[in-house]
Design a protein around this ligand. Structure first.
Ligand code: FAD
Length: 318
């Protein structure tokens, strides 16, 4: 990718734009990123512009919660059950076949499981007897994590939705002011600014205490925007996640974990299977539809309709 970008842009643009942006996005390790990544970003940028080159963006009033609640209501209407706050401990198996889950110490019987967590989490849920499947999923299971400081301001910070950062002294990847798209009436009158930092497995930022992280990010923000005052900051929150951005090094396309596994009744559907498109809400929803079709097709005996059997709580004696 670097060679290709260098040929397109020349040395100066490479050093001042591309390398700093890639360094920020991949926490330094961008040498193995394929050219298709840049291609996907260019496709996304051009596809969000109208014929007059105006960028078009939209938002859901009330945020993603509106969509989640509508989906949940429809799942329940169709006879589904949703267990919030439940931790799946492991997938259960007997004689080489799936026979349910253990959820918060409770056994759920069933002969089909679709895991939708990130791949390393899915690997941890597998019983020991599926070592082959564990190895197959392990061929491509690296992710970047993220720490994201969210700041609620009493005033607007800048006129921009996104400021990409190329200055390596600044710890965050960008300044995303979502209230330049979303009317602040939907965020209690506050202006919302996200300061994300993508972090590799060994990053010191991933291990930093909340106080130190907030201190560093806040100081940098005040330095970047000298007219911003401490009193303008109404609240600061931190979000952390170890597995966010699935990495697809060049030459590893064949290692993408398949939806239909080698174990009868076991399926995996996650964002690491989305390639070369970028992962976001839109591509995740499209992938979920594709995964559902693949799973139904795998379960259907030749010429017959068949749906995934529901998981049912096991009798107490089990
Ligand atoms: C800071 C940030 C901002 C973003 N902004 C946008 C945006 O503006 N627009 C957009 O389109 N996309 C955005 N994205 C990307 C989007 O959030 C992801 O692409 C999407 O959430 C991926 O969905 P997913 O279902 O694959 O994974 P996740 O949303 O991560 O879902 C996985 C779920 O599995 C659960 N889980 C894990 N282990 C277990 C277990 N053992 N038992 C039970 N449950 C378990 C987790 O709690 C989690 O809820 C953003 C991402 C980040 C990090």
């Amino acid at each position: 990718m670097l060679e290709w970008l260098h040929g397109l842009s020349g040395e100066r643009v490479m050093e001042t734009i591309w390398k700093p942006l890639l360094r920020a996005k991949f926490d330094g390790g961008f040498e193995k990123v394929p050219a298709t990544y840049i291609w996907s970003r260019l496709v996304r940028t051009t596809s969000s512009h109208d014929k007059g080159s105006r960028e078009l963006m939209c938002f859901l009033e009330g945020g993603y919660m509106q969509l989640i609640q509508a989906l949940a209501a429809d799942i329940i209407k169709r006879g589904g059950t949703i267990n919030l706050g439940a931790t799946v401990e492991h997938v259960r198996a007997q004689h080489g076949r799936i026979n349910g889950l253990t959820v918060d110490g409770q056994t759920l019987n069933g002969d089909g499981v679709v895991i939708t967590t990130q791949t390393p989490v899915a690997q941890r849920l597998l019983p020991r007897e599926f070592a082959g499947q564990h190895e197959r999923w392990g061929r491509l299971n690296e992710y970047l994590g993220i720490v994201c400081v969210t700041v609620a301001l009493r005033r607007r910070l800048s006129p921009y939705y996104t400021l990409n950062i190329t200055d390596s002294r600044i710890p965050f990847t960008g300044v995303i002011e979502t209230t330049n798209l979303i009317d602040p009436q939907y965020s209690g009158g506050y202006h919302l600014v996200y300061l994300p930092k993508y972090v590799g497995a060994g990053s010191s930022y991933a291990r930093m205490s909340d106080d130190e992280l907030i201190g560093r990010f806040r100081a940098q923000l005040l330095q970047m925007f000298p007219d911003l005052r401490e009193g303008d900051i109404a609240a600061v929150r931190i979000g952390r996640e170890r597995y966010v951005e699935p990495l697809h090094p060049v030459g590893c396309t064949d290692d993408v974990p398949p939806i239909v596994s080698e174990v009868p009744g076991l399926f995996l559907a996650n964002a690491a299977q989305i390639y070369p498109q970028l992962t976001n809400g839109e591509s995740v929803v499209a992938h979920a539809g594709h995964a559902a079709q693949a799973i139904v097709a795998a379960l259907r005996p030749a010429g017959q309709g068949h749906s995934l059997p529901a998981l049912v709580p096991a009798p107490a004696a089990d």
